[in-house]
Design a protein around this ligand. Structure first.
Ligand SMILES: Nc1ncnc2c1ncn2[C@@H]1O[C@H](COP(=O)(O)OP(=O)(O)OP(=O)(O)O)[C@@H](O)[C@H]1O
Ligand SMILES: [Mg+2]
Length: 248
């Protein structure tokens, strides 16, 4: 479902993503884990076709992110770091608008909107203007627009950022349930989030993938925490320790 090979991205002279390779199979929920500035968003933006790679290749749902970007866009649901809401629309109007753009059949649109309002816990704010939503609600509406068209692949950049603890639990449950019919890639800097939600982890540190593993392959002797702390670079250890201890 997602195949990334030797992906690189430079901003001027600065190499933000270096030779990144990993894969996600159908039904996987992959945690893309790394400290601030590791290259998560840059990689995710390339996979979502919003940023051209400097070199390397990536396919999503079987299509190349550069040569077949339109095909990729049709098959993914993407929640960027800042959800792309239109302030002057109500939540319901916005979801209707997004659903139409993403090709949800007219006859199913109303019921699909009701379903995502329910699943993302935003029924109560359906008639509020997007510009009046709090950060946590913006995030939830962002998630709703990412899944409204039943995409094969869902790519989420820090989906629980800005949510309160109760919302975090609800959204993590939602993401887990999405894994049943979708492939999910989510970035996070919160290690316990990966243990709770994902079945696979890809750790990125200073632009490089330093580990890719199924959580079931990690043993009791070698916990995710240990592997994470051992695999990040020396000068990221303090940041990485913060990731381990956050958001449990
Ligand atoms: N447009 C840009 N121009 C120059 N440098 C950039 C640009 N975008 C990102 N960077 C740099 O690339 C590196 C990777 O950034 P990126 O946003 O991908 O990290 P991240 O892992 O998503 O971090 P965070 O956890 O803070 O969201 C950082 O050093 C960042 O400063
Ligand atoms: Mg980021």
């Amino acid at each position: 479902m997602i195949e990334v090979k030797n992906l690189c991205k430079s901003y001027g002279d600065y190499k933000a993503v270096i030779d990144v390779s990993f894969s996600a199979a159908k039904g996987d929920i992959v945690g893309f884990l790394g400290p601030n500035g590791a290259g998560k968003t840059t990689t995710i933006r390339m996979l979502s076709t919003y940023l051209p790679p400097t070199s390397g290749t990536a396919t999503v749902a079987g299509y190349d992110v550069i040569a077949q970007a339109d095909e990729v866009r049709r098959r993914i649901g993407y929640l960027p770091e800042n959800p792309p809401l239109y302030g002057e629309m109500t939540v319901r109007e916005y979801l209707k608008f997004v659903g139409e753009i993403k090709g949800v059949a007219r006859a199913q649109l109303a019921s699909r909107i009701d379903e995502v309002l329910e699943r993302c816990f935003i029924k109560d704010v359906r008639n509020k203007l997007c510009q009046h939503l709090s950060r946590g609600y913006r995030q939830r509406v962002g998630l709703a627009q990412a899944i409204i068209h039943h995409p094969q692949v869902i790519i989420l950049d820090e989906p629980t950022s800005g949510l309160d603890p109760r919302q975090i639990i609800e959204i993590r449950q939602l993401i887990k349930s999405l894994g049943q019919d979708h492939t999910v890639l989510l970035s996070t800097h919160i290690l316990p989030e990966v243990s709770m939600v994902c079945n696979k982890v890809v750790i990125i540190s200073r632009g490089r993938v330093v580990m890719e593993s199924r959580l079931s392959d990690l043993t009791r002797d070698k916990s995710l925490e240990q592997v994470f702390l051992e695999s990040v670079s020396h000068d990221e250890v303090v940041d990485a320790a913060a990731c381990v201890n956050q958001g449990a």
